[in-house]
Design a protein around this ligand. Structure first.
Ligand SMILES: [Zn+2]
Length: 134
């Protein structure tokens, strides 16, 4: 009964998307900062409320095409940042077997096995050669 109601309610609406994830996180951060109290706390209180109103407005929006267009632009603009964090995770999980270098010319992340001493590294993207200690 409730499930059916929720299903009908969200039918044809945008729903929870990556931008909602971001705005909810920002709202929670702002809510935490209200602990400062005073007028600073008040500002963050208002910011948290505004962010939650904005989140719900987007989640319940019926203009799905436009919302998806916003998500596409948002993901497009943050792709460098998301790639950076993906790389960090990769480096951390493989830190024992591999050493990571960044190409000085094109800044591509390169992975080489550890324990090979001083070696010549050739960038797989731009062909630049440089030496590194593994
Ligand atoms: Zn390169």
């Amino acid at each position: 009964m409730i499930r059916r109601f929720l299903y009908n309610f969200f039918q044809g609406r945008n729903g929870f998307d990556p931008i909602a994830k971001l705005t909810v996180a920002l709202a929670l951060a702002a809510a935490l900062l209200t602990l400062f109290g005073g007028w600073v706390g008040l500002v963050f209180d208002l910011a948290a409320m505004a962010l939650m109103v904005y989140t719900w407005w987007r989640v319940l929006s019926r203009n799905i095409y436009k919302r998806q267009e916003e998500v596409r632009r948002y993901l497009d603009r943050t792709s460098g940042l998301r790639q950076y964090f993906r790389n960090l995770r990769t480096r951390f999980s493989q830190r024992r077997e591999y050493k990571f270098f960044t190409c000085p010319t094109c800044h591509t992340m390169l992975r080489v096995p550890r324990g090979k001493g001083k070696i010549q590294i050739t960038c797989r993207k731009c062909g630049n050669r440089f030496s590194g200690k593994t």
